[in-house]
Design a protein around this ligand. Structure first.
Ligand code: ADP
Length: 157
């Protein structure tokens, strides 16, 4: 049985994340979507809020679960019997950083990293941009699930 992790901040989850999570869920037996707890970086959504939105967004995918972690991702993998990290690649700008991370994680443990190329319609999409546009009243309705849109509007009301 192959269990993988899709790690990230998910502040909040976007359709770009969901594209990668759905595709990973078709390829692997079990997918854990893991929210990184970063004490030094306060997000717009709390960790519990992010997990709630992710649970809702993945409720139709029975082999997907959610969790949060702090510390090293490879330790989370070892503790949870996870054999690979799955990451989305948007553009060449993601590549340098992701390759470095993948090689560092690979040097720390046996955990491998697999990349899934983004669907072109989401290649410009990042949570930070969604927040910036939503904050100024721009239309992000095609970029996030409905309930995320509602919560974003509430945050900036
Ligand atoms: P963001 O850049 O949106 O804040 P995260 O830190 O939450 O993203 O990223 C978690 C993972 O999701 C990373 O592997 C990232 O490359 C991937 N990802 C984020 N947005 C997209 C997208 N639009 N298409 C494909 N993968 C994405």
């Amino acid at each position: 049985m192959t269990k993988v992790v899709c790690p990230g901040s998910f502040d909040p989850v976007t359709n770009g994340h969901l594209d990668i999570i759905e595709r990973a869920s078709r390829l692997f037996d079990e997918v854990v979507v893991a929210v990184l707890v970063n004490e030094s970086k306060k997000g717009l959504f709390t960790i519990d809020e992010r997990l709630e939105l992710l649970d809702r967004a993945t409720s139709d995918l029975p082999n997907v679960s959610t969790a949060s972690f702090n510390g090293l991702l490879v330790d989370f993998c070892t503790d949870n019997g996870i054999s690979a990290i799955v990451k989305g690649l948007r553009a060449v700008t993601d590549f340098d950083y992701e390759l470095q991370m993948a090689q560092m994680n690979g040097s720390l443990t046996e955990v491998d990293t697999l990349f899934i190329p983004t669907t072109p319609e989401y290649s410009f999409l990042a949570s930070s941009l969604v927040k910036e546009v939503a904050k100024h009243g721009g239309d992000v309705s095609r970029l996030v699930p409905d309930f995320v849109l509602t919560d974003l509007k509430a945050k900036y009301a």
